[in-house]
Ligand binder design. Structure first.
Ligand code: HEC
Ligand code: HEC
Ligand code: HEC
Ligand code: HEC
Ligand code: HEC
Ligand code: HEC
Ligand code: HEC
Ligand code: HEC
Ligand code: HEC
Ligand code: HEC
Length: 332
């Protein structure tokens, strides 16, 4: 009476498979009646064990059932658990026929299945990935074989959980924690004061990165960094009447993952700007700050508040056709 969870499930499964096996039995009897011949003798023997989820899984599920520490049968709640779709693998389709695993030679320890995929046994990652890539190719996977994750032997299964109803990496809310297990630096950055709202769940790594490979640099979703940024920051694409030339490469000034400086900036102005612009810019003094030539006057606007950005407010490009001077120097 008190055994609610585990045994409840088992009971459900058992009763379901009993109904199922009755169906199979009835069907088989019918086939034997019609086909009549001895070839079916063997099948009748095999059907003594019934499949629970997938075609032919009886040879595995007689040992692997709900009692597993990671419930094996929960694959039934995933896309791979749809029995009606013949493109999908059964147990052996992913794990290999595993004959010696099912039936070890007498006196020997049970060898692992051909493709165990287990965390402790990831010594055959290329083989493991090939099993998956055998079906998942073309389309979104066209760049997989040349991608850095593939080249560094990152297993498909370090990102994907196949037996879990909830595949963390494909859910916005839980994806970052999967990536962070290997990319610790990005975790640190994402926690900085200025950051893309990744931890807030508003944007995910896969908005910018194509984990399976891409034609662009750094696994970018689009062909370039800037094109990827433009998918959300369209206004930065322009066209501008006058463009700040380096603005094409967003990562010159921005760290996309996070920074302790506002606006994801890599350095604080004026240092950011002075990487390229001589500190001696504005030799004639800055208009509006008097015509004095003393260093104090010259540096006044530069060290205060937003520094260079006090005046040059349109760093990315300018569109004001009314004032040619302002346009030229990105002040409006
Ligand atoms: C006769 C019982 C039996 C059969 C049949 C059987 N297994 Fe196993 N399997 C085991 C045992 C025992 C282990 C070891 C469990 C452990 O160490 O926790 C195991 C372990 C595994 C593991 C985990 C390996 C690892 O990395 O630790 C996988 C995956 C697996 N079996 C898949 C299969 C598949 C797929 C089939 C069917 C093709 C199958 N098994 C059939 C008994 C069986
Ligand atoms: C789509 C591929 C795929 C299919 C189909 C599949 N498995 Fe697995 N299996 C995996 C992967 C990958 C793992 C490693 C753990 C994970 O990612 O969930 C695994 C892990 C296991 C384990 C080890 C679980 C543990 O606790 O370590 C067992 C046992 C197992 N599978 C048995 C089966 C059985 C039985 C079937 C058929 C009902 C099956 N698998 C179908 C891919 C698959
Ligand atoms: C025998 C072919 C086959 C094998 C082997 C296979 N898959 Fe699949 N997988 C499919 C098909 C077919 C789909 C459904 C695709 C669709 O709906 O467009 C699918 C779906 C998926 C999905 C999406 C699930 C969803 O809910 O939408 C993931 C993730 C996936 N597979 C990963 C893997 C990984 C990782 C492996 C290796 C451990 C693997 N697959 C092995 C055929 C296969
Ligand atoms: C570095 C992590 C990572 C690795 C490694 C990885 N994936 Fe994925 N996969 C993802 C993410 C993130 C998504 C969801 C977002 C997306 O489609 O870009 C996804 C989505 C999928 C989907 C669903 C696609 C769809 O159209 O919905 C399939 C199928 C899949 N992966 C299979 C694989 C296979 C097969 C491998 C190995 C060859 C693999 N993945 C390796 C991270 C990964
Ligand atoms: C807003 C877009 C964007 C998001 C979201 C994003 N990235 Fe990136 N990522 C980039 C760009 C652009 C680069 C290349 C420039 C750079 O390294 O700063 C990059 C580079 C990387 C690199 C390579 C770093 C190096 O030093 O070569 C890793 C690893 C990485 N990202 C992981 C992640 C992870 C993990 C997430 C999710 C937590 C994530 N990224 C989210 C845009 C993004
Ligand atoms: C199992 C570990 C692992 C996981 C999980 C993982 N990665 Fe990676 N990733 C790597 C390795 C290894 C590299 C190669 C570079 C390195 O050594 O840092 C890499 C490189 C990258 C790069 C740099 C690409 C380049 O061209 O330099 C990006 C971007 C990236 N990963 C994004 C992701 C995202 C997004 C996720 C989650 C969806 C993810 N990774 C999950 C191991 C992992
Ligand atoms: C998937 C959409 C998306 C993509 C792609 C994207 N961003 Fe963002 N970005 C956002 C969101 C959302 C915010 C937060 C806006 C807010 O809080 O008002 C943001 C904010 C910013 C900020 C301001 C941060 C702050 O501290 O206020 C900068 C700078 C920025 N993004 C640069 C980039 C760069 C560079 C790229 C390309 C590497 C990029 N973004 C790609 C969605 C995106
Ligand atoms: C030369 C340095 C530099 C480059 C290159 C650059 N930015 Fe910026 N960006 C800045 C500065 C400085 C700010 C802060 C502006 C301010 O506070 O007035 C900023 C702010 C932003 C903001 C947040 C405030 C706003 O205006 O919406 C976004 C989004 C942004 N940049 C996106 C991009 C994108 C996308 C690219 C690449 C196409 C890019 N930036 C290239 C310097 C740069
Ligand atoms: C990676 C180098 C680089 C960085 C960093 C950089 N610039 Fe520039 N800047 C340039 C280049 C190259 C030009 C184009 C020079 C030309 O057209 O004569 C330019 C042009 C300008 C101009 C117009 C100059 C003119 O003569 O019309 C202004 C103003 C300017 N930048 C301000 C800034 C500010 C403010 C920052 C910091 C937020 C900054 N720049 C950061 C490289 C840079
Ligand atoms: C107080 C306002 C102000 C501040 C602060 C300021 N500028 Fe300017 N800047 C101007 C004005 C006005 C012009 C146009 C001068 C002209 O057309 O003769 C200009 C012109 C420029 C030019 C192009 C002409 C030249 O002299 O080379 C560059 C490059 C430039 N500024 C960079 C910077 C950088 C880098 C900083 C920060 C270190 C900065 N400015 C801070 C107002 C300012």
């Amino acid at each position: 009476m008190m055994k609610i969870n585990g045994s409840g499930n088992t009971f459900f499964l058992n009763s379901r498979s009993r109904i199922l096996s009755f169906g199979i039995f009835a069907l088989l009897s019918l086939t034997i009646l019609i086909g009549g011949q001895s070839a079916h003798g063997q099948e009748t023997k095999a059907s003594a064990r019934k499949d629970i989820l997938l075609e032919g899984d009886a040879k595995c599920t007689r040992c692997h059932d709900e009692n597993e520490s990671n419930p094996v049968l929960s694959i039934g709640k995933t896309r791979h658990g749809t029995r009606s779709d013949s493109r999908l693998p059964n147990c052996a389709g992913c794990h290999g026929e595993s004959e010696s695993h099912i039936k070890p030679k007498s006196g020997q320890d049970r060898p692992l299945p051909t493709f165990p995929f287990g965390k402790k046994t990831q010594n055959n990652i290329e083989g493991h990935n090939a099993i998956c890539a055998n079906c998942h190719k073309g389309g979104k996977f066209i760049h997989w074989s040349g991608s850095i994750h593939s080249a560094r032997n990152v297993p498909c299964t370090s990102c994907h959980q196949l037996h879990a109803e909830h595949d963390k990496v494909r859910d916005k809310a839980t994806q970052p924690e999967v990536c962070f297990t290997c990319h610790k630096e990005q975790r640190v950055l994402a926690n900085k004061q200025s950051h893309h709202p990744i931890l807030e769940g508003k944007i995910v790594c896969s908005d910018c990165h194509a984990s399976h490979g891409s034609a662009g640099p750094k696994l970018m979703q689009r062909d370039s960094v800037a094109d990827t940024c433009f998918t959300c920051h369209m206004e930065k694409r322009g066209p501008f009447v006058r463009k700040h030339e380096p603005a094409e490469d967003c990562t010159i000034c921005h760290n996309p993952h996070g920074s302790s400086i506002d606006n994801l900036l890599k350095k604080r102005p004026p240092f950011l700007c002075q990487q390229c612009h001589e500190p001696s810019t504005h030799q004639g003094g800055i208009p509006g700050f008097g015509s004095g030539n003393s260093n104090a006057t010259k540096t006044k606007g530069i060290t205060m508040g937003r520094s260079c950005l006090n005046c040059h407010t349109n760093t990315h490009g300018s569109n004001n056709p009314a004032n040619v001077g302002n346009e030229r120097t990105f002040r409006r």
